[in-house]
Design a protein around this ligand. Structure first.
Ligand code: FRU
Length: 496
């Protein structure tokens, strides 16, 4: 491994150190990871290393806009409280000068091994443009990382015939008993997304094995940021396709993230697709990846932003935040997501109301705030609409509205104070779930953290994640219905 003596990294780390110290904690979310400074997108290298959780991320520290990609770095012992570490990589080699794009990490014999995409972006002497994406490796000790002198470890010569050498990225590496495997996003010869599988004995030399699954013209042109893992007896391929058309309320136009449920025959490296669902139904969620904890939990984290609606940088000193890490479980053939249980240790000031009858607008004393875990159970449904207004003051608000006749839930940030003409509303189907004894309950859990809302419906059967920016003092919560509803409410402040 080459010692990382890059003056570029050194200088960027210096700037980062100063930049972080100038951003006030009050301007950040409390329990969600936000960009140390500048711009952050995808989570990268989400991994356990020496018993701590490490998270890297796509990072452009020099401005609040996307630019040549570095790898930012932080770690946590509980998924909630994150410590920033000096950035891990800068684009400083011939094979990654155009950017160190997304990738993954794993612990091997005491070393923390990173896999990422190097972007080659240069002009040849004859004036022609050389643009390619190749897969690279770096090794480190949890703080400093050295790029492998044999990089790239996978290049365009190892692609199936016809596949794009320009759209080939986001390696996700995992260890199996018989060696290491890597999945990468790619655009196939048909011009649509696909996921490729590679294998290696030593992490340095790789062979192409198979195309695990592909868009077939239906699910986007490029499949980014794949992850591939077993869950509750199924095999899950998690991908983030670009350029999709909307399909009902399941997929929206633009970039989506989706779970592909299937089975996997390890011997012949074949993945058999059974079903596809969205991974999140809100306005801001992309490029998730997962890790497996020592106690066997599959945890997913995503970038809480949409590529097409990057308006938060108009308001904030930094740009980009992550979702709360979420535990994934398979129940009745569907992936359920719930905020990591570690969050519960930070809950304070419980306020509870049971069997509260609501008709018209209702404010419940003590139920307000911007950094809260709010649980609302609707147990009687004598209405068409039931609405939770949150992050609200006289002028601004966020809306979560349940339409009982249509059985759908809408999140709406139209009146949150945005000055950009971006998508502000998204719907998904949602139904009260049957309890034992036949009673039906719609369960809503809202995690609010200053600038974001993650809404877990029916214990995580579906999730909606969105960012917004009403003024910080807008912290009222109002329940409203056009008929009569009965609700149970529990609210906690989240305190760090
Ligand atoms: C996804 C993505 C990745 C790429 C990275 C670049 O959001 O486009 O495919 O590696 O962002 O920042």
């Amino acid at each position: 491994m080459e010692r990382e003596s890059s003056s570029r990294l050194y200088k960027a780390r210096k700037i980062e150190e100063k930049g972080i110290s100038e951003i006030s904690a009050e301007s950040r979310p409390v329990y969600h990871l936000s960009a140390p400074m500048g711009w952050m997108n995808d989570p990268n290298g989400f991994s356990v290393y020496k018993k701590e959780y490490h998270l890297f991320f796509q990072y452009h520290p020099f401005s609040n806009a996307w630019g040549p990609m570095h790898w930012g770095h932080c770690k946590s012992s509980d998924f909630v409280k994150w410590d920033y570490l000096p950035m891990a990589m800068a684009p400083d080699q011939s094979y990654d000068a155009g950017g160190c794009y997304s990738g993954s990490a794993l612990e091997v014999d005491g070393a923390h091994v990173l896999f990422y995409t190097g972007v080659i972006d240069r002009y040849r002497e004859d004036g022609s443009h050389d643009y390619r994406q190749v897969q690279c490796m770096a090794k480190g000790d949890g703080l400093d990382y050295c790029k492998y002198e044999g990089n790239p470890v996978i290049d365009g010569s190892m692609l199936p015939k016809g596949s794009s050498t320009e759209d080939f990225r986001d390696p996700r590496v995992f260890a199996e008993e018989d060696g290491y495997y890597l999945v990468a996003g790619s655009r196939g010869g048909d011009g649509y997304g696909q996921v490729l599988l590679y294998r290696s004995e030593n992490l340095e030399h790789w062979e192409f094995l198979s195309v695990l699954d592909k868009s077939r013209g239906k699910y986007g042109k490029m499949w980014e940021c794949p992850d591939f893992f077993p869950l509750g007896g199924k095999q899950i391929l998690l991908v983030s396709p670009q350029d999709m058309r909307a399909v009902g309320y399941e997929f929206h136009n633009g970039n989506n993230s989706m779970f592909i449920y299937g089975s996997y025959d390890k011997k012949v490296h074949r993945f058999e697709r059974e079903e596809i669902t969205s991974a999140d139904y809100g306005l801001d969620f992309y490029a998730p990846q997962t890790l497996l904890t020592e106690d066997g939990r599959r945890i997913m984290i995503g970038w809480m932003q949409s590529w097409d609606a990057g308006f938060m940088k108009d308001f904030l000193d930094w740009s980009g935040m992550m979702t709360i890490p979420r535990e994934l479980t398979l129940k009745d053939g569907r992936i359920y997501q719930s905020p990591v249980r570690e969050l519960e240790a930070y809950r304070r000031n419980r306020v509870e109301y049971t069997e509260k009858q609501i008709s018209g607008e209702t404010i419940l004393k003590g139920v307000c705030g911007r950094v809260i875990d709010l649980q609302v159970e609707v147990t009687e449904f004598d209405f068409r609409h039931f609405t939770v207004h949150f992050a609200k003051n006289e002028e601004y608000e966020m809306l979560l509205q349940y339409n009982h006749s249509r059985k759908c839930l809408t999140i709406d940030r139209t009146h949150s104070g945005l000055v950009r003409d971006v998508v502000c509303r998204r719907k998904m189907t949602a139904e009260p779930a049957a309890e034992e004894g036949g009673r039906k309950i719609l369960r809503l859990r809202l995690l609010l953290d200053r600038y974001s809302a993650e809404i877990f419906v029916n214990d995580g059967e579906k999730v909606m994640s969105s960012v917004f920016h009403t003024p910080m003092e807008a912290e009222e919560i109002v329940f409203d219905t056009d008929g009569r509803a009965c609700i149970n409410v529990t609210k906690y402040d989240i305190c760090m």
